[in-house]
Design a protein around this ligand. Structure first.
Ligand SMILES: [Zn+2]
Length: 244
């Protein structure tokens, strides 16, 4: 709590008491997440993830990490093979968005959407993400949770276009079909694959977060419309089956 107060005095804060601008530390955390996904690439993304743009947003700006150097957007810097562009988005970012990584954002300006890669995901800064997740008592309050979420989002994007993942999709289908709760099937398939990626990343790189995910998979929650929890439960089973 004291930490949050100090953070909020030092920076502009929204009413919710979380920092709303991305700092250098937030950009480093985001890059650490991208690096974690790259590390897992041979195992879970064999066809590569370099074509997927990765966006970091805050209350005002978008930071667009792309391996395409030619976007007609203001350049902010470079990181590994990525050019970083920064542009204001001009939208309102709700508290919900300041606590997540997601495959699309409602405040994406059309002119930016038109120039970046079709496959992209976007993340709130680690500072606000973890602060809000901590208020909720979620396992995503930890830095490893933020980093693992980035692997998860790469999973969603990778699955959309890489057909060779169909082998695992084929394997997961009987388990998906067995889910009796009111869950969108497409969403459940995508969540299962993304959680499968996140679990493998966590198992190798973030063992504490891996254990937290396993504990969460034991929980029962009624409201799982998008299949986050059921997807996690199925992914845990798939991973168990793969165990040597
Ligand atoms: Zn997801």
């Amino acid at each position: 709590m004291a930490g949050c107060l100090v953070m909020c005095l030092a920076q502009a804060c929204l009413a919710g008491g979380y920092p709303d601008r991305a700092t250098g530390a937030d950009r480093r955390a985001f890059q650490e997440g991208l690096a974690a996904a790259q590390k897992m690439q041979p195992e879970i993304f064999p066809d590569g993830i370099g074509h997927i743009d990765a966006l970091l947003y805050d209350a005002k700006d978008l930071y667009i990490y792309s391996q395409n150097e030619g976007y007609p957007l203001p350049k902010y810097g470079r990181w590994k093979k990525y050019t970083i562009y920064r542009a204001p988005h001009g939208g309102l970012v709700s508290e919900r968005y300041m606590a997540i990584c997601i495959g699309g954002i409602e405040f994406m300006p059309k002119e930016i959407q038109a120039v970046i890669a079709e496959q992209y995901f976007a993340c709130a800064p680690a500072g606000s993400f973890q602060s809000i997740q901590r208020q909720r008592g979620s396992i995503y309050q930890y830095r490893e949770g933020y980093l693992a979420s980035i692997i998860h989002e790469y999973g969603h994007q990778y699955m959309e276009q890489e057909p060779e993942v169909l082998a695992i999709v084929h394997k997961m289908m009987p388990l998906v079909d067995a889910v009796t709760e009111a869950v969108s099937k497409d969403s459940l398939i995508s969540e299962t694959f993304a959680n499968w990626c996140e679990l493998q990343g966590a198992r190798r790189l973030f063992p504490k977060q891996y254990q937290r995910m396993l504990d969460t998979a034991e929980e029962d929650r009624k409201d799982d419309r998008y299949g986050h929890l059921n997807g996690l439960k199925i992914a845990v089973k798939l991973l168990d089956d793969d165990a040597p």
